[in-house]
Design a protein around this ligand. Structure first.
Ligand code: ADP
Length: 442
């Protein structure tokens, strides 16, 4: 049964139900007809007995017993089935017609015995009726039932099979169409039947799944292309530095300088590769990060201390704001540090000398938040929705020297997501930006 098609299974069940229904119907008809035929015969027999008893009562004359005998013979002769009537006087002597012994005992006859009391005398009455008619009717009925049931069953099952095949045909079509779709033609879609039924929903679900897959595959290939592109630049730079230096004999100082340059570039490349690896792993769906209860204020102060070193180089001021009472979140400590450091690092990178960076912890109605605010160059409105995209940079030129590959905020957002937190950005060009992490209510 496990390998049967749905159509075959439906038909089997349908036939079984039909068979049970037919059996019940046949048995019911049989019982009702048999009962009503027997009842009719019994009523006729009872009526005949009553008529005979009345006859005996009317014609009984104590002075002339022979009169009753004569009257009964006449009565019997005048009634159909008269020969199936028998009346015996109190002594057991037959006084009116006779039912022969074979008839009386045969199972093809139905009999009714009764008594009539006249003048203190008990007369025994026996009437019989042939069952031949009833038997014939029942035999025909049985034939009709036995022949029609398999016919109905056969027609019903074939019809059921045909209907289920018809109903399921679109499923086969969907299967066939789905089989032709692979990674190379992910933009293909299944035809959606307009019937508004389960199959339409199935096709639509398939199509939206294909759309999601297509988008994911596109993102992946875009990522691979962008990643290769990003890696080419620093490696080309390293090669160029080496080549240029080797062109002719140089002083020890120049060699040292070139090697230092190469080391810096290698460091940047390593960081880039680390970021790429992290994002690639995040796509593969890493197991959940182990979460702890983390107090936000001390952690934020730590980050700011680290940021201080970066900020001082660029003559920026960095400060923290936090409420008096401790604010806790469920977080993975190292991941959360990385996220905040990325935001502080950006604030430092995109704020000109003399600017101000504030990292504040707050308890909002929606839950705990950490905001990194700067008085930097800001982000244009058109670019704001894209800053979390991988490899996205606002105007390549303005931050080439800052060395970002456009991966920082995608990593920050990925970390936020793993914390069920939201990362929001607001910014005014020339005034500054604010990046806010909104944690869910603990
Ligand atoms: P990058 O490594 O280039 O900094 P990110 O993903 O961290 O990449 O940021 C994407 C882009 O968003 C950056 O190129 C920058 O233009 C813009 N950006 C990010 N943070 C800030 C900020 N605090 N102020 C202004 N622009 C920002």
């Amino acid at each position: 049964m496990r390998h049967w098609s749905i159509g075959a299974r439906l038909t089997l069940w349908y036939s079984l139900v039909l068979l049970a229904g037919l059996a019940l119907f046949g048995a019911g008809v049989w019982i009702v007809v048999t009962h009503s035929l027997t009842t009719t015969i019994d009523e006729t027999l009872a009526a005949r007995t009553r008529a005979l008893a009345t006859e005996i009562q009317n014609e009984y004359k104590p002075s002339k017993p022979s009169h009753l005998v004569e009257e009964l013979s006449e009565y019997a002769a005048a009634t159909p089935d008269g020969n199936l009537t028998e009346v015996r006087d109190p002594q057991g002597i037959l006084i009116g017609e006779g039912v022969d012994a074979t008839t009386a005992s045969s199972r093809h006859y139905r009999r009714l015995e009764s008594e009539a009391t006249v003048g203190g005398q008990k007369y025994r009455i026996l009437v019989a009726a042939p069952l031949a008619g009833t038997e014939l009717t029942l035999r025909r009925l049985r034939e009709v039932l036995l022949w029609s049931a398999p016919a109905v069953l056969l027609i019903g099952s074939l019809g059921g099979y045909w209907m289920s095949r018809r109903a399921l045909e679109p499923v086969d079509e969907i299967t066939r169409a789905a089989q032709t779709i692979g990674i190379e033609n992910l933009s293909r879609r299944l035809e959606v039947p307009g019937a508004g039924d389960e199959l339409q929903r199935l096709s639509e679900t398939w199509n939206s799944m294909l759309a999601r897959l297509e988008a994911a595959v596109k993102r992946l290939s875009q990522f691979t292309a962008d990643a290769s592109h990003e890696l080419r630049t620093p490696i080309a730079l390293i090669r160029a530095t080496a080549e240029l230096t080797l062109r002719r004999e140089r002083s020890a100082e120049t060699y040292r300088e070139a090697l230092r340059q190469i080391m810096d570039d290698t460091d940047r490349t390593t960081r880039l590769i680390d970021d790429l690896l992290l994002l690639a792993r995040s796509d593969a769906g890493l197991p959940a990060l182990p979460m702890d209860r983390v107090e936000l204020t001390p952690l934020v102060r730590d980050i700011c201390e680290q940021g201080q070193i970066l900020a001082q180089e660029r003559q920026l001021e960095i400060s923290t704001e936090a409420p008096e009472q401790p604010v806790f979140v469920d977080a993975n400590d190292p991941a959360l540090r990385r996220l905040l450091l990325l935001l502080v690092d950006n604030a430092v990178k995109y704020t000109p000398a003399g600017g101000q960076i504030t990292v504040s912890v707050a308890m909002d109605t929606s839950g705990p938040t950490v905001t990194v605010r700067d008085t930097g160059i800001g982000i244009p409105d058109a670019a704001l929705p894209h800053v979390f995209e991988r490899f996205y940079r606002v105007e390549e030129s303005r931050n080439r020297e800052a060395g970002g590959a456009g991966l920082g905020l995608s990593i920050a957002q990925w970390i936020a997501e793993r914390h069920h937190a939201r990362l929001e950005a607001e910014s005014v060009v020339g005034r500054g930006s604010a990046f806010r992490v909104r944690f869910p209510q603990a």
